[in-house]
Design a protein around this ligand. Structure first.
Ligand code: GLC
Ligand code: CA
Length: 550
């Protein structure tokens, strides 16, 4: 299966490469960087939304699914992108955002008229005793309903007020989605990353259990109706094409994930879960708590062993940068580089399809903004408002926003040392990180010891090893700093096991491999984050090592 043995790369178009000097990344900009993506060893691109949109949530609010946001270019540019990527052996998957549309979508505009045939495309309800229709809260730390003057009722919106939720009890909506899928598959898309895909079907609109997180979610998370729709899309459209889907599945647990992605059920091909990125967070991703490597290995093991196939990711456009989160960038910045490589070694030795997010391959760090006004992220602003209401002091609010803001990942890609980091000739839509002279693509391309070249080397190691792609995941040992695991695959011809052992140090101390596991490291290191060629049983600070046992 081509989508199992390739590495994917996520592009957030707005922040990737501007070609026309308006400070906003665009499709021609992406085309101009395809060679760099190819060189990295990537075979799939996931493109965050490029559709027509008023950008209330940076394109995750779509007003026309079959048109391109003029900020990003034209349909002709998009067709050229498919063609140019194909020439380089790269397949593109689109972002499918179908839980909601923009309020500026034609369907919603028509739906505001209670007599319209589009009324039922969305979820409209009258207020209850002068209050909202139910007690649900949304994902942006806000209420879940919005009043519409024109129709005298409320509509459900689990995200921004400009993102009304579609009504999946209406079969017409499902037919519309099939048309959208077909449109893009015919144009050349090879699949879809499906936005918040496990919450599209609202079984009931009853009040939710009291919760500090998303209140009401038990009425719509991973419901039977949701499974049915996924199977229908697979059967009627997706299975007719050579394509795959990766679902973004929020608050998903392993049991639900299996139902959503086990191959025999014919729903999703793989999914993004959040557990591993929340091992040092409370209340979903917001409040930091102490990191423990043991906990991380526990969570990774659960998913690696629990699912038939994993989508592996450490970063995306919603998450802090991994080198700031699990790496040393903030804890001990002299190890910024080595820790970024160690994390690359980690991600690329897990079982599944790895997704690298733009900038991860050069170890980009969290933003360096100093106050909320510099941020664009609607979620950060929502979180601040909510915390203010709860009388949480300013410095704490800012610390938590810094640790969780989605803008950490959205600052412009750092291509070179020139002004605005070579991202644009004009002031970008979101500030460039001040560290771009130290951290940029051009300087790393020249430096054999760079993070970028380490990613390339790791991609090559993985590409040549079925064991690293398909092999079984075996946890060996973990404590608060150290993680050891193996990958193992039975070679069908020789009947011999092929085995790799991996050790990772998540601390600034030298750590010794416990005596009883030392023999696992007697082979020659294939690669290590520190560049050490021999392994004497101690891991340098933030080092990672991959040893072949075969
Ligand atoms: C997903 C997207 C996020 C967006 C939300 C609503 O979580 O990744 O960026 O805001 O869905 O579409
Ligand atoms: Ca532009």
């Amino acid at each position: 299966m081509w989508w199992k043995n390739r590495i994917a790369y996520q592009i957030y178009p707005r922040s990737f490469q501007d070609s026309n000097g308006d400070g906003i990344g665009d499709i021609p900009g992406i085309i101009s960087r395809l060679d760099e993506i190819k060189e990295l060893g990537v075979g799939i691109i996931w493109l965050s939304p490029v559709y027509k949109s008023p950008d209330a949530d940076n394109g995750y609010d779509i007003s026309d699914y079959c048109d391109i946001n003029s900020k990003f270019g034209t349909m002709a540019d998009m067709e050229k992108l498919f063609a140019e990527a194909a020439k380089r052996g790269i397949r593109i998957i689109m972002d499918l955002v179908i839980n909601h549309t923009s309020d500026e979508h034609e369907w919603f505009q028509k739906s505001r008229d209670p007599a319209s045939p589009y009324r039922d495309y969305y979820i409209w309800r009258p207020g209850k005793n002068g209050k909202l229709p139910n007690n649900w809260t949304g994902f942006f730390m806000d209420k879940a309903w919005e009043y519409d003057e024109k129709s005298g009722e409320y509509y459900l919106r689990l995200f921004d007020k400009k993102q009304p939720d579609l009504n999946y009890k209406n079969p017409k909506v499902i037919e519309e989605v099939k048309k959208i899928l077909t449109f893009w598959l015919e144009k050349g898309a090879s699949g879809f990353r499906c936005d918040v895909i496990n919450i599209i079907y609202k079984t009931s609109l009853e009040d939710g259990k009291k919760s500090l997180s998303v209140q009401g979610i038990e009425h719509y998370k991973s419901q039977e109706g949701n499974h049915k729709i996924l199977r229908e899309l697979r059967r009627d459209v997706l299975d007719k094409y050579d394509c795959f889907t990766v679902g973004e599945t929020v608050f998903v647990d392993l049991k639900e994930a299996k139902l959503l992605s086990d191959e025999s059920r014919k729903e999703l091909n793989m999914l993004f879960y959040f557990d591993h990125l929340e091992v040092d967070r409370r209340i979903a991703q917001f409040i930091p708590k102490k990191f423990r490597a043991r906990k991380l290995l526990e969570v990774i093991t659960k998913w690696q062993q629990g699912l038939e196939w994993n989508a592996i990711y450490f970063e995306n456009h919603d998450q802090p940068r991994i080198v700031s989160h699990f790496g040393a960038a903030e804890k001990d910045s002299k190890y910024w580089k080595r820790s970024a490589k160690m994390l690359a070694l980690f991600e690329l030795t897990l079982r599944g399809t790895p997704f690298i997010y733009q900038g991860q391959e050069i170890g980009m760090t969290n933003f360096d903004f100093e106050n909320l006004n510099e941020l664009n992220d609607a979620m950060s602003h929502g979180l601040d408002k909510l915390m203010k209401k709860l009388c949480i002091p300013g410095f704490l609010r800012w610390n938590w926003i810094k640790a969780s803001s989605r803008d950490n990942a959205r600052t412009p890609m750092q291509w070179d040392e020139s002004e605005y980091a070579g991202f644009s000739k004009a002031k970008p839509w979101l500030g460039v990180n001040g560290n771009y002279k130290k951290i940029n693509y051009a300087s790393q391309k020249k430096d054999p010891d760079s993070i970028l070249n380490f990613y390339k080397a790791m991609a090559a190691v993985r590409k040549n090893s079925d064991c690293l792609i398909y092999g079984e995941f075996i946890p060996i040992y973990a404590d608060n700093r150290l993680i050891i695991y193996q990958r193992r695959l039975k070679n069908k011809e020789s009947q011999k096991d092929e085995t790799y052992t991996i050790a990772l140090n998540f601390s600034s101390r030298i750590v010794k491999i416990p005596g009883k596991f030392l023999s696992l490291f007697s082979g020659i290191p294939v690669i290590s984050a520190s560049g050490q060629k021999e392994f004497n049983g101690s891991l340098l600070p933030w080092d990672g090592v991959l040893v072949s046992n075969t």
